[in-house]
Design a protein around this ligand. Structure first.
Ligand SMILES: Nc1ncnc2c1ncn2[C@@H]1O[C@H](COP(=O)(O)OP(=O)(O)O)[C@@H](O)[C@H]1O
Ligand SMILES: [Mg+2]
Length: 259
């Protein structure tokens, strides 16, 4: 993809965030182009999750600005960002374990629902027109993520890889304009990783939305990313195409320093 022709959908400018004496982010600037897969990599504690948390609104930066789709969102609350089209999956999964895969995906529709989701879940009225529309979206996602076999399974009974897939389904149910994923493949076996990598590429292709991804597996990063940004000790130390990044001396040094 030629990024020169691409529209900037997310713009991070001079973001800084400290926790006590720890500088989680130091003057980080970053742009995300529409339709691209951008991986954020870096050693443990580099600030990757902190950056994603600033994007989704879980953390507020001490300094800097974030603009999404032409609108400043730096201090916008999390739910408003979700309404604006920012969806994320979590490093630790946050799902309703006692509910089915389908119901968890439905829970991702809440911003599109007039009534409160939990309230709705208690008084599940299937004849409701609105409900039916939401259900169709959820069924589409089940189909897209190949989850037919588990749609009615309680999430607590599913293995880790499938829970991650449900979490992705919940994020997609938002019909987002950007998808942010924190270590979607951590803890997965090779086959589960391949599935997840394929779904991320399918999302880019079919939904035409950019994906910002934190991932440790460099083979996966190289395979699926259009661009890679590297954080180290809160600083962005490099940014570029995957093949450039993997042979960048400061990047190699940052990773060797971790050993
Ligand atoms: N909520 C928090 N409270 C205190 N320190 C935090 C918090 N979140 C992150 N940090 C610190 O900020 C630094 C960056 O953490 P994090 O963003 O989780 O890194 P990464 O995801 O790259 O491993 C670490 O030193 C971490 O301990
Ligand atoms: Mg992290």
């Amino acid at each position: 993809m030629d990024t020169a022709e691409k529209k900037v959908i997310l713009k991070v400018e001079n973001l800084s965030l400290t926790f006590g004496k720890v500088a989680a982010l130091s003057d980080v600037s970053l742009e995300v182009y529409d339709g691209e897969i951008l991986s954020v990599i870096g050693p443990n504690g580099a600030g990757k999750t902190s950056l994603l948390n600033c994007l989704s609104g879980f953390y507020r930066p001490d300094r800097g600005r974030i603009a999404f789709d032409g609108q400043e969102i730096t201090n916008m609350p999390t739910h408003k960002r979700a309404e604006a089209g920012i969806a994320r999956t979590f490093q630790g999964i946050q799902l309703y374990l006692g509910m089915t895969a389908l119901d968890n995906i439905m829970s991702g529709r809440h911003i599109h629902m007039r009534t409160n989701f939990i309230q709705n879940a208690l008084y599940w009225v299937w004849s409701d027109r609105e409900e039916t529309d939401h259900r169709l979206v959820a069924e589409d996602i089940i189909d897209f993520l190949e989850m037919e076999a588990i749609r009615d399974r309680v999430v607590g009974s599913l293995g880790y890889g499938l829970r991650k897939r449900v979490d992705l389904g919940r994020a997609l149910a938002l019909e987002p304009k950007i998808l942010i994923m924190d270590e979607p493949m951590a803890g997965m076996n090779v086959e589960e990783k391949e599935d997840m990598a394929r779904f991320i590429l399918d999302i880019q292709e079919a939904k035409k939305i950019p994906v910002v991804l934190v991932e440790h597996d460099m083979e996966v990063v190289t395979d699926i990313s259009n661009r890679v940004a590297v954080l180290d000790w809160g600083f962005k130390i490099a940014e570029g195409r995957p093949e450039e990044i993997m042979r960048n001396p400061s990047v190699i040094k940052a990773y060797i320093g971790e050993e």
